[in-house]
Design a binder for this molecule. Structure first.
Ligand SMILES: [Zn+2]
Length: 364
């Protein structure tokens, strides 16, 4: 076994690596939110999009949508936050925003967005992100039998911390980023950047050993379409890496709409392990790894102690609630997935289909 595979199979080593980029554990929740500017960014409302009469998004700016995972029409509403109506799909369990801003409004917003970019650029966030991205790259590298480090396409590259981290490990990184300022700063550093939505670009097919969506799918009104567009871009045996907020996390189950993951900063889709698996498998991806990252343990303790989840400084509620338990149950606040197109082995060869008659007998 290679050293890379060694640590992947070593549960304790893996947990130590995860804890080292868990901001709430490293800095404490209140300090981490303050020093990264997260608390300020989360309080900026989408006021220009909201009708003050109804408290809902302005009807001229929105369009309805069905469940982006399974196409079922929206079920009963869960809550409204920041003008966005959140519903849960009765079929697949996805929590999602059923009225989304029109695509042109969304594109303009992301081109000009600055508040979240300033969080990404803050010192503590950059430092922890580098560790998180290295962890993801090492996990991907352990699964790739060849072509490593190779070409990586980073969808929604943000401020460029991932492309810098990947380049330092020897990967040739291409960024897709529509935010004008972020894209320019990566271009200034000499990186290859696609400054338009993927469907409008001519990315070469079959070129990438790795395609990454670091906290991107939750922002897309049509995540299925984007994932389908990415499918022909993989080199043989290429891997898909996804990180999304986890609606099945303990922190989200406890805080509900008080969680910063909902509303105000355009998270349109809230996957849990089941709905993310369903989406990827329906697009012919086979999941190789699924685990959770980040605990938000401080926010849980604060809420249970009647303090502000993000600014409180409560002591642990019970000592038994540890990062180990949280991640063992897939209760961490982000879902991390590595996947590969079905029917391909690590060398990209199509797997032989089972011979007729060789299949195990099904019980009646
Ligand atoms: Zn659904």
């Amino acid at each position: 076994m290679s050293p890379a595979q060694d640590w992947l199979n070593d549960k304790k080593a893996r947990l130590e690596r995860k804890n080292a980029f868990d901001g709430a554990l490293v800095y404490g929740t209140a300090r981490f939110n303050r020093e990264t500017g997260r608390d300020r960014a989360a309080r900026i409302p989408f006021q220009e999009f909201v009708d003050p009469e109804t408290g809902l998004l302005r009807p001229d700016l929105v369009r309805p949508r069905s469940c982006p995972v399974c196409s079922t029409p929206p079920g009963p509403g869960l809550f409204v936050k920041g003008g966005f109506r959140h519903v849960r799909c009765p079929e697949c369990g996805l929590i999602y925003v059923s009225l989304v801003l029109r695509e042109d409004v969304m594109l303009r917003y992301w081109r000009e967005e600055l508040a979240w970019m300033s969080v990404l650029n803050s010192g503590p966030q950059e430092e922890l992100d580098r560790l998180k991205f290295s962890y993801g790259l090492e996990a991907a590298e352990a699964h790739l039998a060849r072509g490593v480090p190779g070409n990586v396409l980073d969808m929604g590259a943000g401020n460029g911390t991932f492309v810098r981290t990947a380049s330092a490990r020897g990967w040739k990184a291409t960024a897709v980023e529509i935010n004008t300022e972020s894209a320019q700063s990566m271009l200034d550093e000499g990186y290859q950047v696609i400054v338009k939505p993927l469907e409008l670009s001519d990315v070469p097919h079959g070129a990438f050993e790795l395609v990454t969506f670091w906290e991107v799918l939750e922002h897309l009104a049509e995540p299925r379409q984007t994932l389908a567009r990415v499918a022909p871009l993989f080199a043989e045996g290429g891997l898909l890496l996804v990180l999304v907020p986890n609606a099945g996390s303990l922190v989200t189950r406890i805080l509900h709409e008080k969680s910063h993951t909902f509303g105000g900063h355009s998270h349109l889709n809230h996957f849990n392990a089941g709905s993310l698996t369903r989406l990827l498998e329906s697009l012919d991806y086979e999941i190789l790894e699924m685990e959770t990252l980040l605990t938000e343990l401080g926010a849980i303790n604060n809420h249970l102690d009647f303090q502000d989840p993000y600014r409180g400084e409560a002591a642990p509620f019970v000592p038994e609630l540890t990062p180990e338990l949280i991640h063992d149950r897939l209760w961490g606040s982000r879902l991390f997935v590595l996947a590969r197109r079905k029917g391909r082995d690590a060398w990209g060869r199509a797997r032989p289909l089972p011979r007729r008659g060789a299949e195990p007998r099904r019980s009646p």
